[in-house]
Design a protein around this ligand. Structure first.
Ligand code: BEZ
Ligand code: FE
Length: 331
């Protein structure tokens, strides 16, 4: 413990006042200008651009909503609880970003659609790195986890050429709408697996028919959805992430048609091209041939089309150019 005699002066950071003094604000417009100006000396132009935009939009939000002190304190309390809900396996801030459509927008900007290539979808918080390697045609789900589904197709490039030895990670909930990680007694990964495409780009595995499920509702984000009378469901989907050397990593999901939530996904992940039709395996002979114990068996025939790193970078740079042109009118 220090005695008063040992107390040292509080130490400031090394930066002095701005070169030009800021006018003391006589109105809130000057206040906003000052709050923007204090970022003028930011050495990294991208940092300066982002922080000044943040201040500009936050100040506009405060003015446009005419927010009361109580409302602002409630907002801070909400963000505090959001942070407090986060653990190593629970990311409430990502959930907040998801339900506000921000995750989907960041994804859309960073992975713009390219004709012929599979579109992306939100990653979500339920991917794990410990999925087992699943040989061609085997099951990612243990018995009794849901209705049977066969998933098969090819990994291709936009010219239709096979992408061999691509690593395919896939994960889904069980038929009760829970990921394996949501069970407290989880011992081994389930309803998830890691596969490889073969030399001709083919892949095949057994899974279960996806079901719709609610995103975690026991935190501040869940409370917020209730406050505004929004449902918290995602339509049935199967997550897929594909990596292959020289190709841009594809993070996507497919959404079987007919789900009641397909047009109101609570995290805005569904794109038209990702809504898929499931077929049915007709004959007992085929059901056995593919390794299922009995019918009914749904079938998802799905090719995944990858972009090269260069194709993805070119598409991304067009978005950047367009946005920068728009942004020159900001200040
Ligand atoms: C998911 O699909 O796993 C998911 C995505 C966003 C929020 C919660 C879950
Ligand atoms: Fe999911």
């Amino acid at each position: 413990m220090s005695t008063p005699g040992e107390v040292k002066k509080a130490i400031s950071n090394p930066f002095g006042p701005p070169k030009e003094p800021l006018p003391l604000p006589e109105n809130d417009e000057i206040l906003t200008k000052n709050a923007l100006k204090v970022f003028d000396e930011t050495p990294n132009p991208r940092h300066k651009f982002i922080f000044q935009n943040l201040v500009r939009h936050l100040h506009a939000f405060v003015k446009e909503t005419d927010i009361s002190t109580e409302e602002w304190m409630a907002t801070i309390q909400f963000l505090t609880e959001t942070g407090q809900k986060c653990t190593s396996i629970r990311q409430e801030f990502i959930l907040l970003s998801d339900v506000l459509g921000v995750s989907a927008l960041v994804d859309a900007i960073n992975n713009p659609s390219v004709a012929g290539a599979t579109e992306t979808s939100v990653f979500g918080p339920f991917y794990t790195e410990d999925a087992h390697d699943v040989p061609f045609g085997e099951s990612i789900a243990s018995e009794g986890k849901g209705d049977y589904m066969l998933v098969k197709g090819r990994v291709l490039d936009v010219q239709g050429q096979p992408v061999p030895n691509a690593t395919i990670e896939t994960w889904e909930t069980d038929g009760f709408g829970f990921y394996d990680t949501q069970y407290v007694n989880r011992e081994v990964p389930d309803c998830r697996g890691r596969l490889q495409s073969d030399k001709d780009g083919y892949y095949q595995y057994r899974a279960i028919v996806p079901v719709s499920y609610p995103i975690p509702g026991d935190g501040p984000v869940g409370k917020m959805l209730e406050l505004v009378h929004r449902h918290n469901n995602r339509p049935a989907h199967l997550h897929v992430m594909i990596e292959a050397p020289g190709y841009h990593k594809l993070i996507t999901a497919v959404y079987p048609e007919g789900d009641p939530y397909v047009t109101s996904d609570t995290v805005f992940g569904v794109k038209k091209s990702l809504v898929v039709k499931l077929d049915i395996l007709e004959s007992d002979e085929e059901i056995k041939k593919y390794g299922f114990k009995h019918g009914p068996v749904k079938v998802l025939n799905q090719d995944f089309i990858l972009l090269t790193e260069q194709q993805a970078a070119e598409a991304r740079s067009k978005v950047t150019e367009a946005n920068i042109l728009k942004d020159t009118t900001f200040f």
